[in-house]
Design a protein around this ligand. Structure first.
Ligand code: LCS
Length: 396
């Protein structure tokens, strides 16, 4: 489609990156192949030397995966994207590509549990230094920068407590240092709610397991950014280091999931705001964390950088986690499971589940209450979700 870049998000999700195929199929075929046939030895050589465009081997690129990647690049206003086997695959491939022993990373104390684990105990074993700070404190960010800082990495809104960081201000600080890349995990917001590249970020990470695929039936990830950076991650981080490539079948499901991306996100956001307001007014609830609430810390930044507020929220109960446990064990429609961005409303306890890699002390340092409960508001009728929570809360 011509001028696809100027079209709306629904049009881009459905038509972006699509191309004609051999039999005129409406939907994108799954090119279920590990390797591609060369016409001649010379052609094979030229492809390996990157002198001629064309496919070589599915760990490097594949036509089905290619279309999913083009959609992501368009949705995030990036030059290029790379599909990976998981969100963790996207994070690790990116970090392994740009870092070497002796380099320094600045990140937030609040991250998805396994991302925290990778930075806290994984990559640090390879001579890379990591500073965990509160990146919403811009002075602290400035102070943390060293001559060997190569990456500032953060999630906004963060997992699990929806902490907000001012992306544009962080990028303005980083611009004074030519070697620092700002990498934003945009999983919680999705490109429906936030476009970090437009705010100056260099690279975006996604767990496509969540809102992008949107059906809770696969694990996948993406990295989006400048073509030069994405090529490097593809040919170093993926090809030679992690090998965590997106499979054609999974890419096909993501292409299918993206067809409803806009309408799904519209409903996730609308319902989450309603549920957040309901919980905010409930006598058994101590505090609700949701970027769409005017009293949410960072709401002024939210208004500046987010187009909508997303489908995930968190809350603390007045009677602490014992009451939270009762809630998790009593809900009926809300499903007790980790992950987010599925059609099903999912409820979980971060301290013992998604954020179990954090010690008690580390949870405290991140300002994460042990009793925090996280809710990914699904696509069921919102009245039913609220009714289910209301009934279960009676026992809490
Ligand atoms: N980034 C964020 C912000 C995430 O929430 C997750 C997974 C990842 C990266 C990793 O993505 P994956 O490898 O799972 O595709 N978050 C999860 C969560 O909160 N519950 O289960 C997984």
């Amino acid at each position: 489609m011509e001028n696809i870049k100027n079209k709306g998000i629904g049009t881009i999700s459905i038509h972006g990156g699509n191309r004609k195929n051999e039999f005129g199929c409406l939907t994108t075929p799954i090119y279920q192949t590990s390797t591609f046939i060369f016409d001649s030895a010379e052609q094979g050589g030229r492809r390996f030397a990157l002198e001629e465009e064309g496919y070589i081997y599915t760990r490097l690129s594949n036509p089905t995966v290619d279309i999913a990647e083009k959609k992501l690049a368009l949705l995030e206003n990036g030059e290029a994207a790379l599909g990976t086997a998981s969100g963790m695959g996207a994070i690790t491939a990116t970090f392994w590509t740009f870092l070497k022993a002796g380099d320094h990373i600045i990140t937030d104390t609040t991250l998805y549990g396994c991302a925290f684990s990778f930075l806290n105990t994984g990559i640090s074993r390879f001579g890379i230094e990591v500073s965990f700070i509160d990146t919403s404190d811009l002075e602290a960010v400035k102070k943390a920068i060293k001559s060997n800082t190569k990456i500032i990495y953060l999630e906004t809104p963060s997992n699990p407590n929806l902490k907000i960081v001012d992306i544009e201000s962080i990028c303005n600080i980083a611009k004074n240092y030519k070697d620092i890349k700002v990498i934003i995990d945009n999983t919680f917001a999705s490109p429906y709610c936030q476009k970090p590249l437009d705010l100056g970020a260099d690279i975006i990470i996604h767990s496509a397991t969540k809102y992008l695929n949107g059906h809770g039936d696969l694990i996948a990830g993406f990295v989006v950014g400048k073509k030069e950076d994405i090529d490097q991650i593809r040919f170093v981080g993926i090809k030679d280091m992690t090998g965590a490539v997106l499979a054609p079948g999974e890419a096909s499901l993501i292409i299918r999931g993206l067809k409803t991306f806009e309408i799904r996100m519209e409903k996730h956001c609308k319902s989450a705001l309603k549920v957040a307001k309901f919980l905010g007014n409930h006598p058994k609830i101590k505090k609700v964390y949701y970027p769409g609430l005017e009293y949410h810390k960072g709401y002024e930044i939210v208004k500046k950088q987010m187009l909508d507020f997303g489908g995930t929220l968190a809350f603390e109960l007045k009677n602490g986690f014992e009451a939270g446990k009762t809630l998790l064990n009593t809900v009926n429609l809300c499903t007790l499971a980790v992950s987010l961005g599925s059609p099903e409303t999912l409820i979980e306890h971060p301290a013992s589940m998604t954020h179990s890699p954090y010690t008690k002390k580390e949870l405290e340092a991140a300002g994460l209450d042990e009793g925090l409960v996280r809710l990914s508001v699904g696509l069921e009728n919102v009245e039913d979700i609220i009714e289910d929570l209301e009934t279960a809360l009676k026992n809490c």
